[in-house]
Write a protein that binds this ligand. Structure first.
Ligand SMILES: Cc1ncc(COP(=O)(O)O)c(C=O)c1O
Length: 273
């Protein structure tokens, strides 16, 4: 397996970054996960634009899109696979032990892992911890993801594949690595970005392609929604058949099933929408 590090392809076994990389010591980094089908990335332009937004939010230098594209292409070519998760990581680089950033420039890693198509429906749990809709990192895709590690472990303990967070004012926000949509009276709603959720690329496309509305939703909307679904790079649109103890029999329901069809069609028509 080959990855990209510091300007070229390396063997994953021998590739090394500094043990003082600020991404490692304090989580000072950003990332993107991109789906790649038969070696072709999906929506790469949107992912690169979000990478730049995250970099600016953290005060990292703008990533060089040409270099990142070259890195993605090289890694995909070196590791052929039917369905891959391409992972772009960009950190503050070698730095001091505290929160001040060093001056040796950022680290760029592009890696690829094999994955399989997700099931059409899944179970989720809600967690008691909150997303902070007013934090310095709100809306940025940073490598400070340990809260998501803890919440996802909780989901797995309960036989679920995702954990959903409310925000500090009790509104529905997002999952550890996905956005959430609900169907109410036949209409699709998803929390607005002001809820503190990540501006998911799949969310953005689903809103565009299904006409879903951005609506402030209380967390307990999950107790009464007719249908619930998740969106993310590797889930696309995925129905939810259980929220905590509540079963949503027959998931995907009709509205979700239609959204899944529309998403698949539109995504198939344009690989970089
Ligand atoms: C916290 C969080 N929310 C939402 C998403 C979904 O975003 P995307 O559709 O761009 O994968 C992700 C990405 O994996 C995420 O990490």
């Amino acid at each position: 397996m080959k990855i990209w590090l510091d300007g070229g392809l390396r063997d994953i076994e021998s590739a090394r970054v500094s043990v003082l990389d600020h991404g490692l010591t304090v989580g000072d980094g950003i990332f993107e996960t991109v789906k790649a089908t038969d070696g072709t990335p999906f929506a790469l332009t949107r992912h690169l634009n979000r990478l730049t937004r995250s970099a600016r939010g953290l005060g990292l230098p703008d990533p060089d899109h040409d270099e990142v594209r070259r890195a993605c292409a090289a890694v995909l070519e070196a590791n052929p696979m039917p369905l891959g998760r391409l992972r772009i990581t960009y950190t503050g680089g070698h730095g001091p032990l505290g929160s001040d950033r060093g001056d040796q420039g950022p680290t760029l890693v592009v890696a690829l892992g094999a994955t399989t198509r997700r099931p059409d429906s899944t179970a989720v749990v809600t967690v008691p911890w909150t997303r902070n809709e007013r934090g310095a990192l709100t809306g940025l895709k940073t490598t400070s993801y340990a809260e998501n590690v803890v919440a996802l472990a909780r989901a797995h303990q309960h036989g679920a594949s995702e954990a959903l967070f409310g925000n500090t004012v009790g509104q529905l926000c997002e999952g550890t690595g996905s956005n959430v949509f609900v169907v109410l009276d036949g209409e699709i709603h998803t929390p607005p970005l002001a809820s503190g959720c990540l501006a998911g690329i799949t969310r953005e496309l689903a809103v565009e392609w299904t006409g879903a509305r951005e609506t402030d939703l209380p967390l307990d909307v999950l107790d009464r929604a007719d249908e619930v679904f998740l969106t993310s790079t590797l889930r696309d649109i995925q129905a939810v058949h259980r929220v905590d103890e509540r079963e949503l029999a027959g998931a995907p329901g009709p509205v979700t099933a239609k959204a899944m069809r529309v998403f698949e069609e539109r995504a198939g028509d344009d690989l970089d929408p």
